[in-house]
Design a protein around this ligand. Sequence first.
Ligand code: ADP
Length: 215
Amino acid sequence: MLTLKMDEKVYLCIGKIFFYKIINMLNLIIFGAPGSGKGTQSAFLTEKYNLKHVSTGDILRAEISEGTELGKLAESYMSEGKLVPDEVVIGILNELIKKNKGGNGFIFDGFPRTLAQGEALDEMLKKNDEEISVVVSLEVDDNELIDRLLKRGQISGRSDDNRETIENRLKVYYDQTSPLKEFYRKQGKLNEIMGVGSIESISSSIQAGIDKLND
Ligand code: ADP
């Protein structure tokens, strides 16, 4: 009896993974204010679920260091803590999604950052019969965010990690980005996770939320 039950469970589990693999990619959004740990947790999730990591911040910084026209444009916004215009980042994402069709899935880090970007992302994925699977929102209070970003600025030397730009980025987050939480809550996809504690404990909470999708 016990063996039968176990077999049944294993069969169901394999069946579900198989179904999920052929039907859907795992498309995650890692969401949160600047300094909430999106990049750190993305590295873990990329490895764990074998996903394509898409960080618009990293893409834009690479353009800046290569001195491209796009980089010059992006830098004029980023240095002030403002968002790069929607059409620019949406254009970048459109190309990237087309090129990476058919993998295990994406982890979107730092995108979307406006409602227009969120709506565009849904449309882009829909064209490939795909959708966002879950949005992980890392919740960290402002004082902790500011502390972390100031410290990061000292270590990494990222030019937008100075007090004035940080304050602007936080304001932009609350004004333009945080309304996306409601957008995804309405879709039943928002998963809020406490972004304070050890990196490992936060990773475990995120993983538990994602693995629930397969139950
Ligand atoms: P952080 O989350 O710490 O602000 P990012 O690397 O995600 O770091 O973003 C750095 C900057 O790059 C942002 O302040 C913004 O100027 C620009 N940027 C990144 N992603 C986007 C996006 N999706 N839309 C507009 N601007 C973006």
